[in-house]
Design a protein around this ligand. Structure first.
Ligand code: GTP
Length: 270
């Protein structure tokens, strides 16, 4: 993610403008980081809209913690619908369409929907899941604002073809770190080895069994550098005799995490 104040102001204006046309805002966050991947200001835009929150990539998240998050959002926000979502699961899509239609309180013939979220949370995949194979452009019809491209879905929804891009809460350093764990922020900002060390610390605290199984190590009372060494040793990541390769071990850990090999993991708790 590369954001500058100018970008943010522009995105802000664009979303506000587009939202004038919208009945239902479908906000997408990453279920592994439901708060860090959420734009804190979106509620300002959605107070007079129907608002659905999708905790997407739920297939990669820890199911127990996901349920805690659902409860937390229900208690602490006035978002109408909060759903765990896997954008590749057709049953989830069917359920989402049902929920959208349930929010059609004014009985409109076609509800206009917009997908919003920060980069990389799965907005395009969610759009594709709703559209299915039938990708019909329905822009420039009378009554449809010029320049906006709308897609009609088989379930009689109108979907804005471009997602609304939001930005994360940059002021919070922890948010930056969390997004770096997911690979959503360029590594040049946070150094790989530091990111990996912080991730490992979290995994040792919350997911020790998963680490032991994947890397065939025992954690016992090892401190963090010792766990790093154990992983490097187990995978034969040596720089030279007696010296482990921390860069390659960091990359290994981050990739194993990103690809779900460590297991279903959630990186923050309510
Ligand atoms: P930007 O274009 O950067 O704003 O990204 P986006 O929010 O449109 O995300 P995109 O749909 O491109 O998805 C990002 C990555 O996440 C892709 O590799 C998708 O395949 C993956 N992805 C999206 N949804 C899911 C999901 O529910 N589960 C899993 N496992 N992967 C998903």
């Amino acid at each position: 993610i590369q954001w500058y104040p100018g970008h943010m102001a522009k995105a802000n204006r664009e979303i506000k403008e587009k939202l004038k046309l919208i009945d239902v805002v479908i906000e997408v966050v990453d279920a592994r980081l439901p708060l860090s991947s959420k734009n804190p200001e979106i509620n300002q835009y959605t107070w007079n809209k129907q608002h659905i929150l999708l905790l997407n990539k739920a297939d990669l998240a820890d199911p127990d913690v996901s349920q805690d998050w659902i409860d937390w959002f229900k208690k602490n926000t006035d978002i109408q619908e909060i759903m765990l979502y896997d954008a590749f699961d057709r049953r989830h899509k069917t359920e989402l369409v049902k929920q959208i239609q349930r929010l059609n309180v004014k009985n409109k013939a076609q509800l206009k929907c917009m997908i919003c979220g920060i980069p990389n949370v799965g907005k395009s995949t969610v759009i594709n899941s709703l559209i299915g194979k039938k990708k019909t452009q329905v822009g420039n019809k009378p009554g449809v604002t010029k320049g906006q491209q709308w897609l009609s879905t088989p379930d009689k929804l109108m979907l804005l073809d471009t997602p609304g891009i939001l930005w994360p809460k940059f002021e919070d350093p922890l948010v930056g770190l969390h997004l770096a764990w997911l690979g959503s922020i360029k590594d040049t900002i946070y150094e790989k080895e530091n990111i990996a060390a912080d991730l490992l610390k979290y995994l040792v605290a919350y997911y020790p069994d998963e680490l032991e199984v994947l890397y065939k190590i025992t954690l016992d009372d090892k401190n963090l550098p010792e766990v790093f060494d154990a992983i490097a040793k187990s995978r034969g990541l040596l720089l030279r005799a007696g010296e482990y390769d921390y860069t390659r071990t960091s990359v290994l850990l981050l990739n194993d995490f990103k690809n779900g090999r460590i297991g279903r993991i959630t990186l923050e708790r309510p």
